[in-house]
Design a protein around this ligand. Structure first.
Ligand SMILES: Nc1ncnc2c1ncn2[C@@H]1O[C@H](COP(=O)(O)OP(=O)(O)OP(=O)(O)O)[C@@H](O)[C@H]1O
Length: 276
């Protein structure tokens, strides 16, 4: 049994445009995440990566399919049981500032998961743990009294990481955790995430559109294209011998993550590119 198992997950959204076609964000996606590993999910913008990350944590409901943590189907849990499971699975978002309540102190933001999942802890124990979590991510304990707007982007993302790890999860979804940051800061946050993974034995689902990043951080890579996983392989194998045409296109660096570019008109069927 794997730590996280996703079986045949499907999700369709009504179009955001009036009269538009429904969007099949996930089409029968299956994957496994083992304890302590990093599985990267890579694909261009709109391929369904964030939807998958949220569905895995049951932050949104699937139309069909199942997500299991330790073999337990999350859809079968009561709200109370799901809350308890959430201590074990957390998320770090792409835009740190948007994911932090601007009116809450950093201390209150980082303490929140403990207040939800460990309500038996007293306030002085919570303060001690918040300080330790902030220090663990390279921030001083007195950052707790500051507001998100007073911090740099990199510091804000460190707060996002502290909030994700304070409940001692075993699985964290990293939804493009560095793509809004400057290049020099990106490397620091990636190094921090790797250290924390080692220390805590965490498993990551690392959502990204950037092959260079996932090459550095992942044990295995799942490639998403139009709501489907077209290929999953250990990182080295995927780079050495990509099986699917879309993976080869991603690797050839002809493809950027910008959907306005020409590649958006490329199409892939089975394992080959179909040119119009
Ligand atoms: N709540 C929603 N309502 C309607 N459509 C949605 C909703 N959420 C996502 N979508 C659509 O589903 C598809 C997949 O979106 P998703 O955000 O999962 O892709 P992504 O690969 O994470 O892209 P990005 O890297 O741009 O975030 C897109 O076409 C998106 O517009």
């Amino acid at each position: 049994m794997s730590l996280v198992e996703v079986d045949q997950a499907s999700k369709t959204f009504a179009s955001r445009q009036r009269g538009g076609d429904p969007v099949h964000a996930l089409r029968g996606v299956s994957l496994r995440v083992e304890a302590g590993e990093t599985l990267a999910v890579i694909g261009e913008s709109g391929s369904g990566k964030s939807t998958l990350g949220r569905a895995v944590l049951r932050l949104l409901d699937l139309d069909s399919g199942a997500v299991r943590l330790d073999g337990v189907d999350l859809a079968g849990l009561s709200p109370k049981e799901l809350r308890a499971k959430r201590a074990d699975m957390q998320i770090v978002f792409q835009e740190p500032y948007e994911s932090l309540n601007p009116r809450m102190s950093i201390g209150a933001i980082v303490a929140e998961p403990l207040q939800i999942h460990r309500s038996e802890l007293g306030s002085s124990e919570i303060r001690t743990r918040v300080k330790a979590a902030l220090e663990r991510v390279g921030l001083s304990g007195n950052t707790a009294s500051r507001l998100p707007g007073e911090l740099s982007g990199g510091q804000q993302q460190r707060v996002g990481v502290a909030r994700a790890i304070i409940s001692e999860p075993r699985f964290v979804v990293l939804d493009e955790p560095t793509s809004s940051l400057d290049l020099s800061i990106r490397a620091q946050i990636l190094a921090l995430l790797a250290e924390i993974q080692q220390d805590l034995g965490l498993a990551y689902l690392f959502v990204s559109h950037d092959m260079h990043t996932v090459e550095k951080v992942s044990d295995r890579i799942a490639v998403m294209y139009l709501g489907e996983i077209v290929e999953t392989a250990p990182t080295l194998d995927l780079f050495r011998s990509p099986q699917h045409a879309y993976t080869r296109t991603l690797l050839s660096a002809r493809l950027s993550a910008d959907p306005r570019e020409k590649h958006a008109y490329r199409a892939f069927e089975g394992d080959r590119e179909v040119t119009a």
